[in-house]
Design a protein around this ligand. Structure first.
Ligand code: ATP
Ligand code: MG
Length: 318
């Protein structure tokens, strides 16, 4: 790792001000990151540009296995935050971070991923944000957590929506990106269905979308790679109607081969150590190997994928 060790910056966390030392500067796609050492936090290394975000207001708990929370940060924006120690498993935060960084780097519409500081005083004052289990409530640790910029508004008619009507599939703008995301998910061995948030497009007639939830990419929370053909498709398979085209699939594969290696090789040095439990370099090696084999991996899924996509078209005709 390159260490510049020159600049100092001040954390903008209103509760726990402290100094940090800039170790290196990185940029991944449109995300600019600096690796820093923060003095008050046991000399751990964190990402600088995103450390300046702090949760200031708890809005509500979100549904789902990771027990994420919706918070407002000191930039005024809202984020769905997955916290260290969440019940889904050890590598959820690093998977989210990798998925957002890689998705953004290849130009797919993923939500912006940020690192968010949550303080002790915030957590002490908001027991509703704590993890819940049969044995009671457990307070998450203060520190750095992963936030996905909220799509839409937290309240009212623009509340985010994961559902859409089948009859409106043709109104989804840039629907071909679902095929691109599917190819990326095959590469990443995504162990869950692909999720997206839909919202009205600017023209009021079309629908825009953003991909969310990358926690089960990269072999899932334990980084165990198991092929499951068609398993990473969006649950509403009509989204893929008439999208499959061998030439377009090949061009996605070439695009990923050109764009993924750079971001993949830069990430290990900048993921906070508490966000994973496993051999990160081995994960990168596995993913690099899968990129070389991507045509073969996609071909192994192609029959299942084509069948599923055809079936959805046929159902619609019935
Ligand atoms: N960036 C975002 N903008 C709007 N809503 C979001 C965003 N990220 C997540 N959500 C919503 O937050 C909830 C939890 O999201 P997510 O699926 O990532 O968590 P999860 O714990 O993995 O849930 P599940 O186990 O149901 O998959 C969902 O209702 C999802 O629609
Ligand atoms: Mg989910």
């Amino acid at each position: 790792m390159r260490i510049e060790n020159t600049k100092k910056c001040l954390l903008r966390n209103p509760h726990e001000l402290g100094t940090c030392r800039l170790l290196s500067n990185e940029s991944i796609g449109r995300i600019s990151l600096g690796l820093v050492e923060i003095n008050p936090f046991h000399m751990e290394e964190y990402l600088c540009s995103t450390v300046s975000l702090s949760a200031v207001k708890f809005v509500r708990k979100m549904k789902g296995g990771s027990q994420s929370i919706l918070v407002q940060c000191d930039d005024g924006r809202f984020y769905v935050v997955k916290m260290i120690g969440n019940p889904q498993g050890a590598n959820i935060l690093s998977n989210e971070f990798l998925g957002s960084a890689i998705g953004a780097a290849v130009g797919l519409p993923v939500t912006e991923g940020r690192i968010i500081h949550i303080s002790n005083s915030f957590l002490d004052g908001e027991p509703e944000a704590w993890f819940e289990s049969q044995s009671g409530r457990r307070r998450p640790d203060a520190g750095l957590h992963f936030g996905s910029l909220l799509v839409g508004q937290p309240f009212g008619s623009e509340r985010p929506n994961e559902y859409f009507s089948r009859s409106k599939v043709s109104t989804i703008a840039n629907r071909n990106r679902f095929l691109g995301m599917y190819i990326l998910d095959i590469w990443a061995n995504h162990q869950d269905n692909r999720q997206a948030i839909f919202l009205p497009g600017v023209d009021g007639r079309s629908q825009a979308f953003f991909f969310i939830d990358h926690g089960h990419m990269f072999g899932g929370p334990n980084w165990i790679f198991q092929e499951r053909p068609g398993g990473a498709l969006h649950l509403e398979s009509s989204i893929y109607d008439s999208l499959w085209n061998d030439d377009i699939v090949s061009s996605w594969i070439s695009h990923f081969r050109k764009t993924v290696p750079e971001v993949l090789n830069r990430i290990p040095s900048i993921i906070p150590a508490r966000w994973y439990n496993g051999n990160l370099q081995r994960l990168v090696d596995t993913l690099t190997h899968r990129l070389a084999r991507l045509t073969e991996l996609v071909e192994a899924e192609a029959t299942t994928s084509r069948l599923l996509m055809q079936r959805s078209s046929e159902n619609e005709k019935m």
